[in-house]
Design a protein around this ligand. Structure first.
Ligand code: PSU
Ligand code: MN
Length: 311
């Protein structure tokens, strides 16, 4: 495999190609959150809004998805609308990429698949809402997100609001430690749990602000030569937070319903996200939108600082 074969299946937008050529900062964005994580039309509104946020903070947005068998890096408004509204867009993690390419299908990329495509294009910073992890009950279901596998082997920094407590946060942090993935929390001593700034678990490491975080990426990849991804947990802003005890009730309820309906595999995360949004009457949705915007600002600031360090 070589660069030439990549160039046949990876379509970079004009803006992304220009930014890559002149080594200007880029922020990768995933698309599963658009097709399977948020309802229409909030999903497409957010997808457009985060592109503007990246530009306003001095970088080029690169939303990633597989459209008709091509890995697209940098999408236009019509492509975002399609991912947000078209029924039957596949949820695509790393193992699904070859099938989408070989059959000409369309898929929204998870954190794992987005990391993989971003790495193919040398885009080191990626913003999302929440990453996947070890599901509760994984000791019998073996349900552990491929996001963790990808963090173990793909050198991309993922800025998230931590991990939803639909997952086993403690076991997820154990897995990341085993894989040697550096995990750092931005500006807090506690690991955040998506809707909440707290989880009851300490931050494995803490750094404050984009310059310190960019320095951390530089140490990992350029000075130490590590080849793993990096997980940057960015707590939701205090004004948008839903306290862990409040959201916990709805999470428990959704998990019970998951069991009684026998839902498994790739459908688990989308089911839980939709159920929680429904049961909180949109409050979780507002929090979700707010934390994504916040992560995109932080990721863009990191991308800008990291690009300066590579000059
Ligand atoms: N967690 C969220 N919102 C999301 C996801 C996770 O709070 O939209 C999406 C991301 O795309 C993540 C994927 O990569 O779900 C993980 O799915 P799975 O658990 O099937 O690996
Ligand atoms: Mn899974």
């Amino acid at each position: 495999m070589n660069r030439e074969s990549f160039s046949k299946i990876v379509l970079r937008s004009k803006d992304v190609a220009a930014a890559l050529a002149s080594k200007r900062p880029i922020v990768a964005l995933e698309s599963t959150i658009i097709s399977h994580g948020l309802p229409y039309p909030q999903n497409v509104e957010l997808a457009n809004e985060v592109e503007t946020i990246v530009r306003d903070h001095g970088a080029t947005p690169a939303t990633i998805a597989v459209l008709d068998g091509a890995c697209c890096v940098g999408l236009d408004a019509a492509q975002l609308e399609r991912l947000a509204s078209e029924p039957g867009v596949h949820k695509a993690t790393t193992r699904d990429l070859p099938w989408l390419i070989a059959t000409g299908a369309t898929g929204a990329t998870t954190v794992a698949a987005t990391m993989r495509v971003a790495a193919m294009c040398n885009i080191p910073v990626f913003a999302t809402g929440g990453i996947g992890g070890v599901h509760r009950g994984a000791e019998t279901s073996f349900d552990v997100s491929a996001d963790l596998t990808e963090l173990a082997r793909t050198p991309v920094a993922v800025v998230s609001a931590g991990i939803k407590s639909i997952l086993d946060i403690s076991l997820t942090l154990e897995r990341l430690e085993t894989f040697g993935v550096p995990v750092v929390v931005n500006g807090s001593d506690e690991f955040p749990s998506f809707y909440s700034r707290t989880s009851g678990l300490p931050a494995p490491r803490r750094l404050d602000g984009a310059i310190a975080l960019a320095r951390f990426l530089h140490a990992a990849w350029n000075e130490l030569g590590l080849t793993t991804g990096i997980s940057i947990a960015n707590p939701i802003p205090p004004a948008d937070e839903i306290p862990a005890a409040e959201i916990g009730v709805f999470i428990k309820e959704a998990l019970t319903e998951l069991d009684s309906r026998g839902i498994s595999g790739q459908d688990v995360t989308p089911f839980l996200l939709a159920r929680i949004a429904e049961r909180t009457e949109g409050r979780s949705l507002l929090a979700n939108l707010a934390l994504v915007r916040n992560n995109v600002v932080t990721a863009t600031q990191i991308a800008v600082e990291y690009a300066k360090m590579q000059a």
